[in-house]
Ligand binder design. Structure first.
Ligand SMILES: Cc1cc2nc3c(=O)[nH]c(=O)nc-3n(C[C@H](O)[C@H](O)[C@H](O)COP(=O)(O)OP(=O)(O)OC[C@H]3O[C@@H](n4cnc5c(N)ncnc54)[C@H](O)[C@@H]3O)c2cc1C
Length: 306
């Protein structure tokens, strides 16, 4: 029996359709929040797109969603793991008395039940549970790659149900880099090993030579505010899975590792041979970053002729 799934997010979150496609003969709908060409979702088997063009607060999204999920009788509802959804989705799941799993890795259908595999216990274990009934799944979109199975798509504007006193009067686009860190293939990531904000230029230079994006540990974004939260990687930041992750002056605490453990190749540069990150890397360089990073950039510049 096919299951009915709703994927929610911006146009850039379409990777999540790949998770919905893991059930047998799924009927997939998409709730597109914000702008974007809804018709292109038909390429991945999305037969209906609801478009929500006004930005609403989390409580209102939860109400709007609860109504839509009841009306369409979705069994699976999938969203990215962003701050907006982390607040709204538990409210919606509670309204519908549904299960909710965060950081989902895989799903398998067996009749009417669904086996959900997710990273649990603070990312220390991969757990597998069987659920029946409606289930909300949250996962990083870059983890999945939807396959093409074109269908024609109907598009409908969704009227939000605004329930709270919060009213969004106007919105302004945050200044962002050209690529979302979740989608980056190469990342140079910085931590508290850098003594001053100006010193980050060593990492920027290396990133420029490699064509990499800049990531950071929590203190750099949250405490020191040397970089915006768009760069923050970890349990409470962004989840990334680049081909190459170069961590400079980052100790490698579990909360940081939780955001980058799916990177293909990990290089760690740290002057403390006992830094925990060395237990979780492919290549470890025990050296002062102030000596090593400029030398590495210079060498790469020569090799890559940049
Ligand atoms: C609930 C919770 C959620 C959290 N979420 C996150 C999260 O999402 N992301 C995150 O990153 N953290 C998170 N943290 C914080 C986390 O526990 C660590 O405190 C943080 O990751 C440490 O950042 P850091 O490695 O940059 O700094 P530090 O731990 O201070 O490490 C700095 C490292 O730089 C090295 N170093 C110093 N000088 C040099 C030099 N000259 N050359 C080379 N290396 C040098 C040191 O040896 C050290 O290993 C969270 C914590 C909690 C409690």
């Amino acid at each position: 029996m096919g299951m009915k799934a709703l994927v929610i997010g911006s146009i850039g979150d379409a990777g999540l359709i790949g998770l919905a496609q893991k059930v047998e003969r799924p009927e997939i709908h998409y709730l597109l929040i914000g702008p974007g060409d809804a018709t292109q979702l038909g390429r991945y088997g999305v037969s209906k797109v609801y478009q929500l063009t006004t930005l609403i607060d989390e409580a209102s999204l939860a109400e709007t969603l609860a109504d839509l999920v009841s009306k369409e009788a979705y069994s699976i509802i999938i969203t990215p793991v962003s701050k907006y959804f982390k607040t709204a989705i538990p409210m919606a799941a509670q309204k519908l008395s549904s299960s909710l799993f965060v950081d989902v890795v895989d799903i398998k259908q067996s009749g009417d039940t669904l086996e959900v595999v997710y990273n649990g216990i603070g990312n220390r274990a991969q757990l597998s549970v069987r659920v029946s009934g409606k289930v909300f799944l949250m996962a990083p979109p870059a983890r999945f790659k939807p396959s093409e199975s074109p269908v024609s798509t109907t598009i409908e504007t969704l009227q939000p149900k605004v329930v709270s006193a919060v009213k969004v009067v106007s919105t302004e686009e945050k200044p962002k880099g050209k690529v979302r860190i979740e989608d980056a293939e190469l990342i140079v990531s910085v931590g508290r090993g850098f003594k001053k904000q100006e010193d980050l230029k060593l990492a920027f230079e290396l990133a420029e030579v490699l064509g990499a994006e800049i990531g950071c540990s929590r203190p750099i974004a949250a405490d020191l505010k040397w970089l915006s939260e768009d760069h923050w990687i970890g349990l409470s930041g962004h989840k990334v899975r680049p081909k190459l992750y170069i961590a400079i002056g980052i100790s490698g605490q579990p909360q940081h590792l939780a955001g980058m453990m799916e990177s293909r190749t990990v290089v760690v540069i740290n002057n403390d041979p006992n830094a925990p990150f060395f237990k979780n890397c492919d290549y470890g360089v025990v050296e002062d970053l102030y000596k090593f990073v400029p030398a590495l950039t210079k060498k790469l510049r020569e090799i890559l002729k940049k």
